[in-house]
Design a protein around this ligand. Structure first.
Ligand code: SF4
Length: 486
């Protein structure tokens, strides 16, 4: 087995008791049957036997196997096994082998692409967020010793290559990463280009597609496969969906005319008869995918998309409304004092809960351009590294479509941008330009980490995002609102 990881994850070491927001608080931790029975053997007849049987209970939703049990929490949300020195009492007394996979592996996120294990990081860990956002070379990927992947057996299989969706996934992902790194055009244009590329690939490249298969079957309509993104087990209430009314884009990225939408576009199934024709069809599909990836990497295409996006006038209020609504719903579900106090300050900095989204947007837009002129390059690095890590950490093959995966990336980046520009330290430094960069870095780490830990993976957020995204061209039209706000 070989393993690879971005440099920041190769550098990662848990800072344990020095950690400002330990992962041993605020998260629901499942334990597998095998680890649970090993732990029971280790504590049998000892001082911890009663404690373990009292504090680890069967998963309330009846899950077995990997999620058979759930570790108990203290009233303050910390894990019941965290000791006064902020260290894990189970690991200290019985060793790493008894730990649940989540505790042993976090903040590492392990995926398997063919025989290769990849290790990315969750920004829900403050130390990982620091290493990922602040080092210029953080996302350079390199081989790492396999033992650094700790428990490769829990790696999620992504690309087994037995279907076109995963067989071409690495090629598509590499194109996404290259496009994200094209600094000659603004970050929002790169996200716009990725959205357009996903739209163009969407009618023949999706989960369950048979467009590449040398058989006579019809391809099912895209977006009906129902593959959903896996979520960390913190669950709470769903929320309202209020602020959406959007327009989309023409099909040819090189087209010079103004962006104009036709929400009524339909997807045509690909059908054929003779077997040799279907081989040609399969080859054509492969060629079509390659040509679309090439098209979106061309400088002319990016320049044209840049002009189109600049020409597009879209109200910012809906964007502000979406970000505010996402955070309000999470505030109602999260008990972390650190996150709740930041959310309180962010909302206050935008004028409070009753501020109209258009007014909040004006505040946001003013701060955005002020911060751009003061620390544009640094802020760009935060969001670029977040996006590159997102592509590594959240394989798009786990989404209902490439466009849905892009929508989720842009929605997550939007919520973080809203929090960052509402962060009291950022609001203050806009009035005192001499403030050291370290103040901005610390605010950025808190914003990205807080959203990663309490928003990005929450099933209620994923449910909201799915509803907000809609399907097909509609998703692209809604992605545009988010891109324009970024
Ligand atoms: S959040 Fe990260 S640094 Fe903090 S205790 Fe957990 S793994 Fe260690």
């Amino acid at each position: 087995m070989t393993a690879s990881a971005p440099r920041y994850m190769a550098r990662f070491r848990c800072i344990a008791e020095a950690c400002e927001d330990t992962c041993c608080a605020g998260l629901t931790v499942p334990i597998s049957e095998s680890r649970w029975s090993l732990l029971r053997q280790k504590v049998a007849g000892g001082p911890d036997e009663a404690r373990v049987s009292a504090l680890i209970t069967p998963n309330p939703d009846g899950a077995t196997g990997q999620q058979a049990g759930i570790l108990g929490k203290r009233a303050d949300g910390h894990c019941a096994f965290l000791d006064e020195a902020k260290l894990c009492s189970l690991q200290r007394r019985y060793g790493e082998a008894v730990l649940p996979d989540g505790c042993s592996v976090f903040p590492r996120v392990l995926t398997r692409w063919g025989a290769q294990v990849e290790m990315a990081g969750s920004l829900a860990c403050p130390e990982t967020a620091r290493l990922c956002l602040l080092a210029e070379d953080a996302l350079v990927r390199e081989p790492v010793p396999e033992e650094q992947a700790l428990r490769p057996q829990v790696a999620r299989q992504v690309a087994a290559g037995d279907d076109a969706w995963t067989a071409h996934a690495d090629t598509v992902r590499e194109a996404m990463l290259r496009l994200l790194a094209r600094r000659e055009v603004p970050f929002a244009v790169r996200l716009f280009a990725l959205g357009r590329m996903a739209l163009d690939l969407g009618d023949f490249y999706f989960p369950g597609t048979t467009a590449f298969a040398p058989t006579g079957e019809a391809s099912p309509h895209p977006g009906t496969s129902g593959v959903e993104e896996a979520a960390a087990p913190e669950t709470r209430e769903p929320m309202a969906d209020s602020a959406l009314d959007a327009r989309g884009a023409s099909r040819h990225p090189g087209a010079s005319e103004d962006v104009d939408a036709s929400a009524s576009e339909t997807w045509e199934p690909m059908v054929d008869s003779a077997p040799d024709a279907s081989d040609a069809r399969a080859e054509a599909a492969g060629e079509r995918l390659a040509s679309i990836l090439r098209e979106y990497e061309s400088t002319d295409t990016l320049a044209s998309l840049h002009a189109q996006l600049e020409a597009l006038e879209l109200p910012g209020g809906p964007w502000a409304g979406i970000c505010g609504a996402v955070l309000r719903s999470r505030e109602a579900a999260v008990s972390s004092p650190r996150f709740l106090s930041l959310m309180h300050d962010v909302r206050a900095s935008y004028g409070g809960a009753d501020t109209h989204p258009d007014e909040a947007w004006q505040l946001h837009a003013t701060r955005r351009s002020a911060l751009e002129s003061l620390h544009g390059e640094r802020v760009h690095q935060y969001f670029l590294h977040h996006a590159l890590n997102h592509v590594l950490r959240h394989p798009f093959t786990e989404a209902a479509s490439l466009l849905n995966a892009m929508f989720l990336l842009v929605l997550r980046a939007s919520v973080v941008r809203w929090v960052l520009l509402g962060h009291p330290a950022v609001v203050a430094l806009l009035d005192t330009p001499g403030t050291p960069l370290a103040t901005l870095d610390a605010a950025a780490v808190e914003a990205f980490q807080g959203v990663a830990k309490h928003v990005e993976q929450a099933p209620s957020f994923l449910e909201f995002a799915k509803g907000l995204a809609g399907e097909g061209p509609e998703t692209f039209a809604r992605l545009l609102i988010l891109v324009k706000g970024l």
